[in-house]
Design a protein around this ligand. Structure first.
Ligand SMILES: N[C@@H](CCC(=O)N[C@@H](CS)C(=O)NCC(=O)O)C(=O)O
Length: 232
């Protein structure tokens, strides 16, 4: 299939159809992909998918039936094939493989990177996200304190696991910055600055984790990637 034949192109037409097409919004899951693309210097075109409703449109669901950002189309997959992909962890792995970057070459480093990527996808992201629902969004009206307490305690436990690792290594899978870091630190930033979870999670007590967050946020590619796509 050609990019222009994909239903997504009817609502979000490409100006640069030769580039990787990113359909996203600057949330913690969305910026993982724009940061990775910036770090890897892969040419791309970003389209804003507003998560106040765009994610449920027929055109977007033709690309991601799960109705969530981010999603990509690579018009230049292996063998020149068009590749469509959603789920931020899968996209990070795909881009690392495509570029040969941000994934350690040795067996242990590669395994650790996937381990910490899964830790984020199956643990840190869902727990922080549910905390956000029960503390900032509709769930905060729920009187029963147990859901929020549960997500606070799980989030703190996961931060403790991360802290233990970061007391030993500069980045989660060792001395090398990798796609696992790109999955994790946007969620630390969101917990601190968007959900204002500093007190609930006692974030300041996780000193290695907080200084790691600042190190990651200072990277020029991260500064750029955090602004993509623009909120309009
Ligand atoms: N596991 C998915 C989660 C994606 C996700 O939850 N995206 C959120 C924004 S961070 C979204 O699209 N929310 C809109 C909605 O749920 O309707 C991934 O990592 O890509």
């Amino acid at each position: 299939m050609h990019l222009s034949d994909h239903p997504i192109s009817q609502r979000w037409p490409a100006q640069h159809p030769d580039r990787v097409q990113l359909y996203s919004f600057p949330t913690p899951n969305g910026v993982k992909v724009s940061i990775a693309l910036e770090e890897m210097e892969i040419p791309y075109e970003a389209h804003t998918v507003k998560i106040s409703g765009d994610q449920h449109t027929e055109e977007f669901r033709a690309l991601n039936p799960n109705g969530k950002i981010p999603a990509i189309i690579d018009p230049n997959g292996a063998g020149g094939e068009l590749v469509t992909l959603w789920e931020s962890g899968a996209i990070l792995l795909y881009l690392a493989e495509k570029s040969g970057q941000l994934m350690p070459k040795d067996s242990q480093g590669r395994a650790s990177t996937m381990q910490w990527l899964m830790f984020q996808m199956g643990g840190l992201g869902p727990m922080f996200g549910q905390y956000g629902y029960f503390s900032k969004f509709a769930g905060k009206e729920i009187e029963d304190p147990r859901p929020k307490e549960r997500y606070v305690s799980e989030s703190k436990r996961l931060l403790g696991v991360l802290e233990q690792q970061l007391s030993k290594t500069a980045y989660v899978s060792g001395d090398e910055y990798s796609i696992a870091d790109i999955a994790i630190f946007p969620w630390l930033r969101a917990a601190k600055d968007f959900y204002n979870a500093g007190d609930d999670f006692q974030m300041a007590s996780f000193t290695h984790t907080m200084s790691y967050l600042e190190t990651c946020l200072a990277r020029p590619a991260v500064v750029r990637g955090l602004q993509v796509p623009p909120r309009e």
